[in-house]
Design a protein around this ligand. Structure first.
Ligand SMILES: [Zn+2]
Ligand SMILES: [Zn+2]
Length: 286
């Protein structure tokens, strides 16, 4: 608190004898403002001096939210309004005047003097809205406080298991391919059968695409792992790697160029492909 005494803190301490206090417990206080906008207009505040709503703790936020709801129920039964606005404003641009978090519970009547006007057009076009959505989603602080550390560790070990399985699948693809290539290419060379070399080539392509796809999945799950590890907004135990990608990203099973040219794919399948073509051409010309 600064030198300027906060008027709301004075009410919390019970030092403002003119304040019309509706309710006070150890966490929150509810009172009528100096100039009620409508009959029954009430402010609900945390007893601790916190300037901005975002700086409340989770516990304070829950206490305040519950007090706001209970206040609205009381006010509604007492003055029977046509509707109720619950208003929280943070920052002067949003019309906050007292730097102590408060919720306005404002009973409304169709002919009252309050005016709240929403614009009649969207602030952003649909594409910009998608980008904004992705941006906000990427920095949401969910997960850090809502997921227990044990659950997060468990989640990470599930993802780690998938990553391990994908890299095992990738190496077993190579293990399966090797005898097929040796057999087909060897046969093609000794018997000068170009068709058999082409069969070997087809196997190389199929296994190469399969392997690159394992790699793509592994990469996606590693990304998911990183996002969960830093406590990003990934639902607990979600195994959907698309959540770690850009919003609206399509999931398909075709490897990307990035996967095909990676060290685990290109240097292995590339020479096998070129060798197979060379053998097929050579056998064909015999
Ligand atoms: Zn205060
Ligand atoms: Zn206010």
């Amino acid at each position: 608190m600064s030198n300027d005494p906060c008027p709301f803190c004075i009410i919390v301490k019970g030092e403002d004898s003119s304040a019309r206090v509706l309710y006070r417990d150890q966490d929150v206080t509810a009172f009528f403002p100096l100039m009620p906008a409508t009959r029954g207009h009430t402010l609900v505040i945390p007893n601790r001096h916190v300037a901005e709503h975002v700086d409340l703790t989770d516990a304070e936020s829950r206490q305040l939210g519950s007090a706001v709801r209970r206040t609205a129920i009381g006010v509604r039964s007492a003055v029977s309004p046509d509707g109720i606005n619950i208003i929280q404003s943070t920052g002067s641009a949003a019309t906050q005047t007292i730097p102590h978090v408060h919720f306005h519970v404002v009973p409304r009547w169709s002919d009252d003097d309050v005016s709240l006007v929403w614009p009649d057009r969207a602030a952003e076009d649909p594409d910009a809205q998608d980008q904004t959505l992705a941006l906000v989603r990427s920095v949401l602080p969910f997960g850090s406080s809502d997921v227990s550390p044990e659950d997060r560790r468990q989640h990470l070990s599930f993802i780690q298991a998938v990553v391990t399985r994908m890299s095992q699948a990738s190496s077993s693809a190579k293990t399966w391919l090797l005898p097929i290539v040796t057999l087909t290419y060897g046969y093609a060379v000794t018997k000068q059968q170009w068709v058999v070399a082409v069969m070997g080539l087809i196997a190389v392509i199929i296994f190469g695409v399969l392997d690159a796809n394992y790699l793509k999945q592994e990469r996606a799950f590693r990304k998911l792992y990183d996002r969960v590890a830093v406590g990003s907004a990934i639902p607990a135990f979600s195994m959907n790697p698309a959540l770690a990608g850009p919003a609206g990203a399509k999931v398909n099973y075709w490897p990307d160029w990035e996967d095909l040219r990676s060290w685990a794919v290109a240097p292995v399948y590339g020479p096998l492909l070129l060798g197979g073509i060379a053998i097929a051409v050579w056998a064909h010309c015999q």
